[in-house]
Design a protein around this ligand. Structure first.
Ligand code: 5GP
Length: 236
């Protein structure tokens, strides 16, 4: 597989074309941003950890019936993925109140939600990824009702699978953001990444934050938290 020209460079990853028109290579960076790019920094080793953690979790999901973009990890930071067009939605699932939901609804962080919450944000940096509902999504033409029903169904299944998997490792899945893409034949699959950058992971026993909130909120030991997640998931 040949890595050809760079297609795109995002905040945390680069995407390259390959000599196979149906496959891309993703290259994970150590760059970290928060608050829509206002805060910038580097988390040493993050690219390696997110590549490996995301692939590990996607493999587990794939085994349990969730179609994903994962094809093959080819180096510490690089993975071959299926070519998709990203559906411009951040799909957010929440089990425990934290972050923007805690703020918006005046709930204390850490409060167990009486029902799982599913939210959508429209991916648009200039607009700051605004919260939208189903009707906005249809109005924008971002997804059809059939597509969104499938996405919601996958999002809840992923929540059960990930929460159960992580619980055994003493990690509480507070909330997370996932993205879906459409393959050239129109199939919707899980894309992007599942990592400490995109999830809130709290230690089940101590409540310690083991995710990007350590960077966002200047809590210190950011690298240590990312390493701890990799150690618990991959045993190293
Ligand atoms: P919140 O809306 O509370 O800021 O975030 C909810 C969850 O989605 C958190 O786990 C957070 O990491 C993830 N999330 C939401 N928006 C983004 C984003 O733009 N980038 C990343 N990496 N994660 C996000």
């Amino acid at each position: 597989m040949k890595k050809l020209e760079q297609l795109y460079e995002g905040k945390a990853k680069k995407v390259f074309k390959t000599d196979d028109p149906n496959l891309y290579i993703v290259d994970y960076k150590d760059d970290a941003t928060a608050f829509n790019g206002l805060k910038k920094g580097t988390i040493a080793g993050k690219g390696v950890i997110n590549n490996r953690v995301s692939n590990h979790l996607m493999k587990m999901l794939e085994k349990n019936g969730i179609p994903t973009h994962l094809v093959e990890e080819i180096s510490e930071r690089e993975t071959i993925v299926k070519k998709v067009t990203i559906i411009p939605l951040e799909v957010i699932v929440r089990n425990i109140a934290a972050g923007s939901l805690a703020k918006r609804l005046g709930m204390e962080e850490g409060t167990k939600l009486q029902h799982t919450v599913l939210e959508y944000c429209y991916k648009d940096d200039e607009l700051g990824d605004p919260l939208v509902n189903e009707y906005h999504i249809y109005a924008l033409g971002a997804a059809t009702k059939e597509e969104l029903d499938l996405i919601a169904d996958y999002a809840f299944k992923i929540n059960r699978l990930l929460s159960d998997y992580l619980k055994d490792l003493n990690i509480e899945l507070i909330d997370y953001k996932i993205e879906f893409g459409k393959t050239p034949d129109g199939t919707i699959i899980l894309a992007d990444e599942i990592s400490p950058d995109t999830c809130r992971f709290w230690d089940s026993v101590t409540g310690e934050k083991l995710d990007k909130d350590r960077f966002r909120r200047d809590l210190g030991n950011v690298e240590g938290a990312y390493h701890e997640i990799m150690k618990r998931l991959l045993g190293e």
